[in-house]
Design a protein around this ligand. Structure first.
Ligand code: TRP
Length: 365
């Protein structure tokens, strides 16, 4: 079998630079890699509903936002199949059967589920933990296996999901015979790039922390956000020595700055090391650093904005991309489900003669 990649996002909000650095960039590399036969990107609206079940409109509205985010950064629909999870019934059916090969304590140990439970307050109060949310790692295993994906490009935080998926594949294949493809995780190559902090210097850029720069960020709010970023609280005067570690501006520069940017926007230095050295010593002000970062980000995001604008004016094309992509994904996942049902001896209505013969044998006729 060829190389097949599947990845996805919950459409719960517009994507931001953290997503770009942590996963979208990786997907762009993937689509240029001729080694892949099929690449799927899924809008996981069903999974999005597991912690937003009381707000279906939020999920629905973000389908188009995230689709535009994909297209605006350059995901090429001719190379990548973009599809919508809820229109693929094989995924929910597979989930039902995979539930048999996963135990409750194993799910309870899943670190991603644990962390997200705390984040969403599912571990406190009287309402308790929704079963749908608790079992979403099983549904994610269904996503992955339904596409026969052998490569799953995701961020570090999804490691436990992949481990759990691999266990399901192993157990399923042991019981029912070699049926499912064993997937491998594909983490972003650039170690530093996986860690984009928030504007406030907090560990992670995240919508719920309200510390994001969106891929669709307008120029004026981009400027406001960059100019109010967290730096070094002890760097009060330009002449004071400054700290680069923990400083959000330098974290962003670590991720986005290239040597050529100095030639273009800040001729005082040859590279980031020189700039950092000056900042550490004292004499380099935050405003100057921020303006430099703003130039770099504006260059990048203005391209996304222009591309987004183009697609926004052609929403009928976006609809067709999602519709065609989802149809292709449906054929693919239905085929896998047929194979799985056969493995589980549930293929009743495919070959009548075979079944009638079998019944006769059972009944001794
Ligand atoms: N859980 C992933 C996230 O929150 C989204 C997702 C759903 C996914 N299904 C997937 C990722 C299948 C990879 C493969 O980011």
């Amino acid at each position: 079998m060829g190389k097949i990649a599947l990845t996805g996002d919950r459409p719960t909000g517009k994507l931001h630079l953290g997503h770009y650095v942590g996963s979208l960039n990786n997907r762009l590399n993937l689509q240029n890699d001729k080694g892949f036969d099929e690449i799927y990107v899924m809008l996981a609206d069903g999974q999005g509903l597991t912690d937003n079940f009381d707000n279906p409109k939020k999920i629905r509205d973000n389908i188009i936002q995230v689709a535009l985010d994909y297209l605006s950064v350059g995901i090429d629909p001719n190379r990548v199949t973009i599809c919508i999870q809820s229109a693929l019934p094989a995924l929910t059916e597979l989930t039902f059967y995979y539930m048999n090969v996963v135990t409750v304590p194993r799910l309870e140990r899943n670190p991603t589920v644990k962390a997200e439970m705390v984040l969403r307050g599912f571990n406190e109060g009287d309402e308790g933990l929704p079963v749908g949310f608790f079992t979403y790692p099983i549904s994610q295993a269904a996503d992955i296996t339904a596409f026969d994906a052998n490569v799953v490009p995701v961020g570090e935080d999804q490691k436990p999901m992949l481990e759990q998926c691999r266990e399901i594949v192993h157990k399923f294949n042991t019981i029912y015979g070699e049926t499912l493809v064993m997937p491998e995780i594909m983490l972003p190559k650039n170690e530093k790039a996986t860690r984009l902090k928030g504007l406030d210097g907090k560990e992670k850029m995240s919508k719920s922390l309200n510390n994001c720069i969106y891929l669709s960020e307008p120029a004026d709010s981009l400027k406001n956000k960059v100019m109010s970023m967290y730096t070094d609280p002890n760097h009060l005067n330009v002449s004071d020595p400054g700290q680069v570690e923990g400083n959000a501006v330098f974290n962003f520069l670590d991720v986005f700055c290239e040597d050529s940017h100095f030639n273009e926007y800040l001729k005082d230095y040859k590279n980031l090391d020189e700039m950092k050295e000056h900042y550490r010593k004292g004499g380099l002000g935050d405003v100057k650093c921020k303006k430099f970062l703003l130039s770099i980000l504006e260059e990048k995001i203005s391209k996304f904005r222009a591309e987004r604008e183009k697609w926004q004016n052609n929403l009928s094309d976006v609809y067709d991309i999602l519709n065609i992509g989802t149809k292709k994904a449906k054929d693919k996942t239905d085929a896998t489900f047929t194979r799985v049902k056969k493995a589980m001896h549930m293929d009743y209505f495919i070959d009548k003669d075979k079944i009638v013969k079998e019944w006769k044998e059972i009944l001794g006729k």
